[in-house]
Design a protein around this ligand. Sequence first.
Ligand code: PGA
Ligand code: ZN
Length: 420
Amino acid sequence: KIEAVRALEILDSRGNPTVRVNVTLDNGVVATASVPSGASTGEHEAVELRDGEARYGGKGVLKAVKNVNEQIAPEIKGLDPTHQAEIDSRMLQLDGTPNKAKLGANAILGVSMAVARAAAQTSALPLYAYLGGAGARRLPVPMMNIINGGKHAQNSVDFQEFMVLPIGAQSFSEALRFGTETFHALARILNAKGYSTSVGDEGGFAPDLESNEQACEVIVDAIRAAGYEPGKDIAIALDPAASSFWDGSAYDLSKSGQGRKDTGEMIALYESWITSYPIVSIEDGLDENDWAGFGRQTASQGNRIQIVGDDIFVTNPAFIARGIAEHAANAVLIKLNQIGTVTETVEAIALCREAGWGYVISHRSGETEDAFIADFAVAMGGGQIKTGSACRSERIAKYNRLLEIEAELGACSTFKSPFA
Ligand code: PGA
Ligand code: ZN
């Protein structure tokens, strides 16, 4: 039974405060979880409660911490930690708002994740097996974000993420090696061309390239330089995060000198890239409120590539259901803190599965050393994880945990790229 729940204000990978929660059970089990935080957040995400006021530029989370300690803790004390849905629904009721604005999604999620961990520990199961059942053994293909732009870097690239997907690898550890060798090859190429190899929030390089397209070109060069075949061994995925350069009337690509574009022109731009580069997945290619545009892009390109909705769906089952009804995409980016409980996140994934949609378990640009999503990706078995480049320990923590899970599963582990 849950004996105590204590929250603490800690720092994330950008040095911004975030919430860590400890759950103690009456059998002595203590479990911890830490909450991540986005920069290019979706308009309809659950509310991340921040203190305002002077400390940490208004980003303190002492109110969320207090909500855990004084409101949530007494509400769930004495409950069985394996009753995840009941605990999550008690917190929703206690909050009482549609977007977790009262207690804060950061408070609620910290507890939700720590409860899941405590339940796994008390069941003597690794977290992936507790959440995914005895059949959970599929390791995900990593989408490794090796060039950062947009809101994740101070450079001239408008698109937020250029990722490599080692689709031809035979195992997770091999995929991680393919991607990491490509990352190192990219460093050599950028250095040789006189570009900066300092990194952005997710550990990808943040060079001042001439254009967004040049990012694809140098990545293809890096794949080759690392000894791999573009499109066969390693493919490319994009997350333009288009809401961040939609100015209300056009997609403003002037940061990289490509002017302003409408929805049709953006879809045409992606079309030309799909034919020139080995792109297998595009996330948030259009603004989060452009449902019709998402539908148009999916109708014309969804048969060839994965169209992922992140800001448009915000891991919210209601938005995903609408997306499925309107054919607005064919995959969903899954971020626990966009919706705020483990139970609702699992429900979002269940909708994807029923519709035959893909789903990608994802980190946030502001992360901690908590590797919860590594276990979660194996538990949910969708075969895809997005958790940054091959540097910055808050990203590597997830990869290292996946290596550990792969080793633990041994010959029982499976690895099958959804794109191979
Ligand atoms: P965020 O970015 O965590 O800053 O929202 C990640 C993404 O857009 O996928
Ligand atoms: Zn995104």
